[in-house]
Design a protein around this ligand. Structure first.
Ligand SMILES: N[C@@H](CCC(=O)N[C@@H](CS)C(=O)NCC(=O)O)C(=O)O
Length: 335
């Protein structure tokens, strides 16, 4: 997808360009050594946000460092690119650890002939500057289940074995209709594609509203990967999907259970404390010139609503089960 072109066909998603796996035992060729890998993200991106939440809940901040790109991408060769700038904390417009200005340099270090898309999140090998993986789902799942030994004491089980089938079945529906559905609506090439996508978005929100009326979390009694995958879309809904992507039949704030569920997660360590409402608004409205050619960034909504009481404790459950909440956000990563 080229965010700066008027859409002429339905948004298509390519498989991840690089999907090397990093695990504690190194059985796929790369071992998760502390300091060896750097996670490049945009705070705006819902797919990157999933990995950022997982990393924090698992207490991997010391093991894998974080590099945040500027929400206003830079035009390079006619396409918007993820770059490091002084404005978002990179002296000399270069990432202080990787020494690069644009994330695509890590793709090119890995494969000098690479000419595909460049997306966040990206895991980069600090030793040689190579992009290791831009497979956001695998990155989240591996950090949740495969980085044993590096995860903090009290880290929750985000992907409990007995619940995996249910998490994946639900996740497929939520991905199709909602996580990716909002993009199909926002970048629809014509009325018919928009109508179909937006109907799917709200049918899925309606179904989730019903599911979450009597249960605190999506699957089981604790936070799981299912909640992380849903949260990063919900937290962007009223600020960018409702207006910029025209998913405006209802607001998230008009769904009592879903809105309370989203606030509950937002107020749980790992979720709201990794959410940057400004980066979200700035990125979507500024970069997608194919659908917002003036680049005017919408002012609202007022984010303070996220901090209001949700009363979801009354439904039982506990966010981290037998585990504990993560400690404070490290200095330098506060949003
Ligand atoms: N690459 C993955 C998801 C990651 C993704 O789409 N990230 C967006 C930001 S939210 C991105 O980096 N897009 C790059 C671009 O289109 O220039 C996919 O297409 O399934």
């Amino acid at each position: 997808m080229r965010a700066n072109r008027i859409p002429t066909e339905e948004i298509r998603r390519e498989p991840a360009a690089f999907d090397d796996r990093v695990t504690a035992d190194g059985r796929f060729g790369r071992a998760a050594e502390p300091g060896r890998f750097r996670l490049v993200v945009s705070r705006a991106c819902p797919w990157a946000h999933r990995v950022v939440v997982t990393r924090r809940l698992m207490g991997l901040e010391g093991a894998v460092s974080l590099a945040v790109t500027d929400p206003r991408q830079e035009d390079i060769d006619g396409d918007p690119h993820w770059v490091f700038t002084e404005e978002t904390g990179s002296p000399g417009d270069r990432d202080p650890v990787l020494g690069i200005h644009a994330l695509r340099e890590a793709y090119l270090a890995r494969d000098p002939h690479y000419d595909g898309g460049v997306s966040v999140p990206g895991l980069v090998d600090v030793d040689n500057g190579h992009l290791v993986s831009n497979d956001y789902d695998r990155l989240s799942l591996d950090m949740a289940t495969e980085w044993g030994g590096l995860v903090r004491d009290g880290a929750p089980d985000l992907y409990p074995a007995p619940l995996r089938d249910e998490i994946e079945a639900l996740g497929a529906d939520v991905y199709r209709d909602l996580n990716n559905g909002v993009y199909r609506a926002g970048f629809a090439p014509d009325q018919a594609h928009y109508d179909a996508a937006v109907a799917g978005v709200f049918a899925r929100l309606d179904a989730l509203e019903e599911r979450l009326a009597a249960r605190r979390y999506l699957v089981g009694d604790t936070v799981t990967m299912a909640d992380i995958r849903l949260f990063t879309t919900l937290v962007r809904f009223d600020s960018v999907y409702h207006g910029h992507f025209k998913c405006n039949i209802r607001k998230l704030a008009e769904y009592p259970a879903l809105w309370a569920y989203a606030r509950d997660l937002f107020q749980t360590p790992g979720f709201g404390d990794t959410t940057d409402h400004d980066h979200i608004r700035i990125h979507y409205y500024y970069v997608h010139t194919g659908i917002n050619p003036t680049r005017i960034i919408a002012a609202g909504p007022d984010p303070r609503g996220w901090l209001t009481a949700h009363h979801r404790e009354e439904l039982g459950g506990s966010p981290f089960g037998a585990g504990t909440a993560p400690g404070p956000v490290p200095e330098g990563e506060r949003v």
